[in-house]
Design a protein around this ligand. Structure first.
Ligand code: NDP
Length: 339
């Protein structure tokens, strides 16, 4: 059983050397009598930015426990059930949910797994558009920002797993949407594949505030914040009165020992803005409704997705670390085994 472990707690930018692929004894591939666990074979493993937060030791407990050096890393994946002691699952079922970064995993609380209802759609999509990032885009956009037709929407880290879906949902909702991304290749994807009305490469814009003014001469109604820091500071003066800022994440802050301050917060007062964060885990109760709606959009072509699929368990460390330099083009995941 090849497994991927955290070697040490990380400060600053994570490197591949902080993570190690080791060979460990495989768990028994049949659950013991009386156990309600399931044993799964992992097919696809997802790389997500929030894993970086778990790689630092926190004095005060965070929203999710820190990883422990020497232990197998965990995250969402798509898996096949090999053996089950749980009444809701049987051998052969395809599921997505929290699993180990390894070939085979014993999951002792399978209640947190979702059975895959649309195996006709590429299974890897359950790490992205039909999984946690897709649900984040859906609840962040529809539930938190409550969009209205014709509104002006800005999305940062727009070509990534969450951003690419937010942009397309904004078009479905009849909004005008502009995205920022860190390369011309990504900007091109936003315009040609994800139906953004406009997009720009923030690395080529010396003045972000001016770039946003150019793209939104009438201002922004909804800012879907994936980056934080200087991006949020540039957005605030460009917001329209009573606009909404949905804080999904802060990519620019996760590797900093001391987070940057935001200078322009007074615009919350002067423009009567609402800024609200959310954790997708609190919306898992909506998953089935979301899955059906999103499967429909994928089927009728209203939503497209781009994945960045690395090959084999050995590529997990590089794939995860690559998120923090923008190496990924689209949803980053790793194909671990064939069905
Ligand atoms: P992405 O697929 O967008 O990958 C991360 C991207 O962030 C990179 O490709 C890069 O894109 C950009 N990036 C990396 N470092 C920086 C930096 N220092 N400054 C600015 N941009 C940077 O990731 P996801 O779509 O999975 O996640 C997007 C955001 O959503 C993250 O902040 C994540 O934490 C958050 N999130 C929050 C959830 C919640 O429950 N609230 C759930 C899921 C995700 P580029 O080349 O364009 O710069």
């Amino acid at each position: 059983n090849k497994t991927v472990i955290l070697k040490r707690y990380v400060t600053g930018v994570p490197s591949e050397d902080d993570i190690e692929v080791v060979t460990a004894e495989a768990p028994p591939l049949v659950v013991p009598a009386g156990s309600a666990a399931v044993v799964v074979k992992n097919l696809y493993l997802s790389c997500d930015p929030y894993m970086r937060i778990r790689m630092t030791r926190h004095e005060v407990p965070n929203f999710i426990p820190d990883f422990i050096p020497g232990e197998v890393l965990a995250n969402n994946g798509v898996s096949k059930v090999l053996s089950s002691g749980h009444p809701d699952f049987k051998a052969g079922d395809l599921v997505w949910g929290m699993t180990g970064w390894e070939e085979y995993t014993t999951i002792s609380n399978p209640e947190s797994l979702f059975k895959i209802n649309h195996p006709e759609i590429p299974l890897s999509y359950y790490t992205g558009v039909l999984g946690m990032p897709g649900l984040s885009a859906y609840v962040g956009f529809f539930e938190v920002s409550k969009p209205k037709k014709g509104e002006y929407v800005f999305v940062s880290a727009a070509s990534g797993a969450v951003g690419q879906i937010v942009g397309q949902l904004a078009k479905i909702a009849g909004c005008y949407v502009v995205g920022s991304a860190g390369s011309d290749e990504k900007v091109n994807l936003l315009k040609t594949k994800f139906s953004f009305d406009d997009a720009f490469n923030y690395k080529k814009e010396p003045d972000l505030e001016a770039a946003l003014k150019r793209c939104f001469p009438e201002g922004i109604d909804i800012n879907f914040e994936n980056v934080g820091g200087a991006t949020l500071d540039a957005v605030l003066p460009n917001m329209r009165p009573r606009g909404r800022i949905v804080v999904c994440g802060m990519m620019s802050q996760y590797n900093l020992e001391r987070p940057q301050g935001v200078r322009n917060l007074f615009y919350l007062v002067s423009k009567s803005l609402r800024m609200e964060g959310f954790l997708v885990f609190n919306y898992y109760g909506m998953y089935r409704r979301f899955e059906e709606e999103m499967a429909g959009y994928l089927r009728d072509g209203r939503v497209a997705c781009v994945e960045d699929i690395a090959d084999g368990l050995d590529s997990l460390p590089a794939a995860l670390v690559g998120l923090f330099s923008g190496r990924n083009v689209g949803k980053q995941l790793v194909a671990v085994a064939a069905l």
